[in-house]
Design a protein around this ligand. Structure first.
Ligand SMILES: Nc1ncnc2c1ncn2[C@@H]1O[C@H](COP(=O)(O)OP(=O)(O)OP(=O)(O)O)[C@@H](O)[C@H]1O
Ligand SMILES: [Mg+2]
Length: 1018
């Protein structure tokens, strides 16, 4: 009984978040019935429409009821349209439940960029329960109602996380410690599964809820200790539902359904996380220093393989459903293996595409909608999983006999091996390894079968009570914490992912409590992370008066209280924010104090704490500075803690690298418009003195890799990486930007030549030297026009449709810093797609380039003329950093910690940086170059006008001398355009030779207006 149907797709748009509200984001999404419309913020005429099974409007039209639940607000114009959690459940969750009862497997995916609302829909927050908790609640309600039907019901729950192709069991507290995670194996019948995944019996909604909580706490521990970074991990919750009942013939039947509920990692496309850096026009080359080739290797590691494979699988399946042939690459990633059934097999499948309503997320939202559009083409074929119990048991036994036999004979066909490897040609050693793998898989499959057979022997009651006894210890420990939380001082955690905030609690039990990492000795409260010492801080408690104080264990232990670094013992108050090292972020709670003072305490979020730290460092987010300043400040708040963390890791791993935030003005990035400075990070190699500037995105990406390295180091794994993969390293041979010169091309638009000495500015806007260059119009053979050729035009318009040729010459640079080799200039003109480069010159402050290149445009289009008139060429001076061996040898003796000493103020520096940037950060006025050009043109125009004036005067004098009444247009024109002595003499001659009043008399009064060919001399 197979039912083929399309994947059901729903889109949901969330409300603006605080940031979007703060920066006055524009709403670009509209919904009508089941259509979703999205408008390009930079082109109001471009609206894309997508149609899905459901389009859920959760942007506005709701109100918060007294419990905190967001319900539709009938008084709002969108009240009717507003989709609350219950509506989404009724549409989607209810169907999943019905499927489960009918014996169909069902899968639910939530897809969308970070922060788009995936977890909100799947799990929900607090009373705003998402699909999973409501589904669980309803399932048990229905089971309870059928208790006396004679059937038995079993529900098992599992939860796993995929991060970096590792599968972690979230219900196994030691799961995080298992190296490499769980193995994904293939079962001939069940398909792929995570070997050894814990599936626990749950017999009530509370049970399942406790398990969800447990899984989330385990995710939080991992995330807090940096084992994983939640927004890059996929979470799969599994509910296995089994019903057993006698059929009409009296035979016991077993109906099974597996529900996979998948909260995918943030879908930011690899190119877009990294793309600003790779594809921002010339951005990378301009600011950047890195050869993209080597770097892609490094970044490649962090790109979410599972997510890109999922995209490929969906595309392939969509093609198949259109009747094309395609190979579906399930085997390419752990996620797609585990979801093979959900996507292309025995399952009913639903996808929720979560999108942001805001203009700044346009690209990501469109990409999510396109993804969803493709997914809706996919067809799956679900079957009712129902069999007689006795048949199932028999089959398990037969299957195991078969496996035993196969293992004994070691027989596996070449095709099967090729299939396992995903390729045809296999070497002997590969074959041996695959055979080993195959044997392990056989063993695991046998074990899984045996377990299932065992399972059949036990009654449901037995299983439940077994589970209960296993859990009782854990449960009572949890109960104790919850109880103590109400009265004792404690900390709770803050996490970037709001789902994970407040999940970890440390109760302060003793009079003196030690906080430290687990290396060396066991601390009372263990925190792991960069910058946390073995013994990091000491808490003192006066239990009688419910007061708590904190101090550092040693001088260099970083402890921030409400954003301030402490140096002495300080008292803690309810709701104080604490940072240990660089990543451990906690909120202190003192219930007794809170109860006694009746003050109103604001809720503390991760953003609140980060903004506070930044504010103490001088970066305040306020909208007073205007949108761009607010955006810049937000970027800074993101990057500041990241830089702090990277420096901590560098110090601990002795990576000899220091990071620092720098701000770069838009002009320096070669952007003609915009006033927002870019937050970049300078990476300085402390040993050899080389420096590289990384755009924010690149730095954050690298940080993921640094964290991974740190994590391996923490776990005492093989952590160090070869230079080409080390996120702390940059190839010293990569070109770095020394400075830039902006050359305005306006002179060409007027056919005037320009010979100038222009200032070279470095990335911060400081003048670091000068460049002598020339731009000269010429004829098509390359002969430069001289003054006497007088090609000057009054308006660039005149050049449209004509030929334009010019030389661009870089003569030399003077006064450059003398520490670069292979110094050369590169630039692009108009629509060039490739850089034009000069020769390379080494180790001189005054390189002579003597570079010249001719550019020809035949004919010149209006667009080109506009470009010449208003555009510019950015000439970049680039080179490699020269490393002085003697300095390196000296510093080799020092550790990163010693080299960083007294120079760790990434935070305090940031404040200076802001001030510096706003007030006097720009030493060279970027407008200066264009003023130079304008002046040149003005002089030229001025001279031209002067000459015309002189000519006119001369003409008047001559006409009066001759006693003329009027002068013909022809003669006036000759005077007007004459600019050499010879031409003036010719004009005078013309005037003398023409008859007085020529044409004047022939002009009738009527036609005078239309045909003003004669000028009256008044
Ligand atoms: N429909 C909604 N109504 C109100 N708030 C919402 C809604 N959807 C999302 N939010 C809020 O937006 C924030 C981000 O949502 P959520 O955590 O679900 O994002 P996510 O897609 O799971 O992100 P990540 O990829 O980082 O896990 C949360 O603070 C959440 O409370
Ligand atoms: Mg989430």
């Amino acid at each position: 009984m197979a039912e083929e149907e399309n994947v059901k797709v729903a889109v949901r748009v969330r409300p603006f978040n605080k940031r979007e509200n703060g920066r006055n984001a524009k709403l670009i999404v509209k919904m009508q019935k089941n259509s979703t419309m999205i408008t390009n913020p930079s082109d109001a005429n471009e609206t894309k429409t997508f149609t899905f099974d459901h389009s859920y409007w959760s942007f506005d039209g709701c109100k918060e009821n007294k419990d905190g639940y967001f319900e539709p607000d009938p008084s709002h114009k969108h009240g009717k349209q507003f989709a609350d959690q219950n509506k989404v459940f009724n549409d989607l969750g209810r169907g999943i439940l019905d499927n489960a009862w009918a014996g169909f497997n069902t899968s639910l995916f939530a897809y969308g960029q970070t922060g788009s609302g995936k977890s909100w829909s799947v799990f929900g927050y607090g009373v705003n329960k998402g699909i999973v908790p409501i589904l669980a609640e309803e399932l048990f309600k229905e089971i309870d109602a059928k208790k006396d039907s004679g059937a038995t019901f079993e529900v098992k729950f599992s939860m796993l996380e995929i991060y970096n192709e590792n599968v972690r069991d979230l219900l196994d507290p030691n799961g995080a410690k298992k190296k490499g995670g769980l193995k994904v194996r293939q079962h001939p019948k069940r398909g792929f599964y995570a070997d050894g995944l814990k599936e626990v019996f749950v017999s009530s909604y509370d049970d399942i809820n406790a398990r969800l909580e447990e899984g989330t706490v385990n995710r939080t521990v991992a995330s807090t200790n940096m084992n994983a970074t939640s927004s890059r991990a996929h979470t799969i919750s599994g509910i296995r539902f089994v019903q057993r009942a006698k059929n009409d013939a009296g035979k016991e039947m077993e109906k099974k359904a597996l529900l996979n509920l998948v909260d995918l990692a943030g879908s930011e496309r690899a190119e877009s996380v990294y793309g600003k850096y790779l594809g921002y026009g010339n951005y990378s080359e301009r600011v950047e220093s890195t050869g993209a080739q080597g770097d892609r290797l490094k970044e490649g590691a962090s790109i979410n393989q599972s997510l890109s494979s999922l995209g490929n699988v969906i595309s392939a399946l969509a093609k198949l459903s259109e009747g094309h042939s395609a190979r579906v690459p399930y085997r390419d990633s752990v996620l797609t293996k585990l979801l093979q059934n959900a996507l292309g097999g025995n399952s009913k499948t639903i996808m929720i595409a979560a999108i942001s309503p805001a203009d700044i997320n346009y690209d990501e939202s469109v990409s999510t909608l396109r993804y969803a559009d493709r997914a809706k083409q996919i067809k799956t074929k679900a079957i009712v999983n129902e069999d007689p119990t006795e048949k199932l048991i028999r089959e398990l036994k037969e299957e195991n006999d078969r496996l035993k036999h196969a293992m004994k004979s070691g027989d596996i066909s070449t095709e099967a091996l090729q299939d396992m490897a995903g390729k045809e040609v296999l070497s002997k050693s590969e074959i041996d390894a695959l055979k080993k793998e195959w044997l392990a898989e056989m063993k695991a499959n046998m074990k899984a079968n045996e377990k299932e057979a065992e399972d059949h022997k036990k009654t449901t009651e037995e299983k439940v009570s077994e589970q209960k006894s296993q859990d009782s210890e854990k449960e009572s420990a949890l109960q104790k914490v919850l109880e103590e939380k109400k009265s004792k001082p404690h900390f709770f955690n803050l996490n970037f992912d709001p789902q994970l905030s407040g999940r970890l609690v440390h109760i302060i039990q003793k009079s003196e409590t030690e906080i430290g990492n687990q290396k060396g000795k066991e601390s009372d409260i263990c925190m792991v992370g960069p910058g946390v010492h073995e013994t990091h801080a000491i808490l003192r408690q006066d239990k009688k008066h419910h007061r708590v104080w904190i101090k550092q264990a040693e001088k260099d232990c970083r402890v921030l209280v409400n954003g301030d670094a402490i140096t002495d013992e300080v008292e803690l108050f309810h709701n104080d924010r604490l940072v240990f090292g660089s990543t451990q972020l906690w909120v202190f709670q003192n219930p007794k104090e809170k109860d006694s003072d009746k003050k109103k305490y604001p809720p503390i979020t991760y953003e609140y704490a980060q903004e506070e730290i930044a504010a103490k460092a001088g970066v305040k987010v306020d909208s007073a500075g205007g949108g761009d300043v607010a955006l810049l400040q937000e970027d800074l708040i993101d990057v500041m803690p990241a830089v702090e963390e990277a420096n901590s890791i560098s110090e601990e791993l002795d990576k000899r690298v220091k990071f620092e935030i720098i701000l770069i003005s838009p002009q320096m990035l070669g952007k003609m418009q915009g006033t927002k400075a870019e937050v970049c990070v300078k990476m300085k190699n402390l040993e050899n003195g080389t420096e590289f500037i990384w755009p924010k995105e690149k730095f954050l990406n690298r940080l993921y890799l640094m964290k991974e390295m740190y994590n391996n180091y923490e776990e005492e794994d093989d952590w160090d990486l070869p230079e080409e993969k080390d996120p702390f390293q940059e190839d010293v041979n990569t070109d770095v930007n020394i400075g830039t010169v902006q050359v305005f091309l306006q002179p060409i638009a007027y056919m005037v030549e320009m010979k100038e000495q222009l200032e070279i500015t470095d990335i911060k806007g400081n003048k670091i030297g000068v460049m002598n260059l020339e731009v000269a119009p010429c004829n098509k053979k390359g002969k430069e026009y001289t003054e006497t050729d007088d090609m000057f035009v009054d308006s660039p318009e005149e050049l449209v449709g004509k030929e334009v040729h010019f030389w661009f010459k870089i003569v030399n640079c003077r006064g450059l810093p003398n520490k670069y080799t292979d110094v050369h200039c590169k630039y692009r003109v108009y629509l060039d797609e490739q850089d034009i480069t000069t020769d390379k010159i080494s180790l001189t402050s005054n390189p002579d380039f003597n570079h010249k290149k001719m550019f020809s445009f035949t004919p010149a289009t209006r667009q080109l003329i506009d470009y010449l008139n208003t555009g510019s060429i950015m000439v970049q001076i680039v080179g490699k950093q020269f490393i002085r061996k003697s300095a390196v040898a000296q510093r080799k003796q020092l550790t990163t910690k010693e080299m960083l000493k007294g120079d760790r103020g990434a935070f305090s520096k940031t404040a200076n940086l802001m001030n510096g940037f706003q007030m006097n950060g720009r030493v060279v006025d970027p407008q200066k170059q264009s003023i130079v050009v304008e002046l040149l043109l003005m002089k030229k125009t001025q001279a031209r006008l002067q000459q015309r004036c002189d000519n006119m005067k001369k003409m008047l004098e001559k006409a009066e001398d001759l006693g003329r009444h009027g002068v013909s247009t022809r003669v006036i024109k000759s005077f007007f355009n004459a600019h050499t002595d010879e031409q003036i003499r010719a004009a005078v001659k013309q005037l003398e030779e023409e008859e007085d009043d020529e044409g004047y008399r022939s002009a009738s009064p009527l036609s005078q207006n239309q045909q003003s060919s004669v000028c009256n001399l008044l």
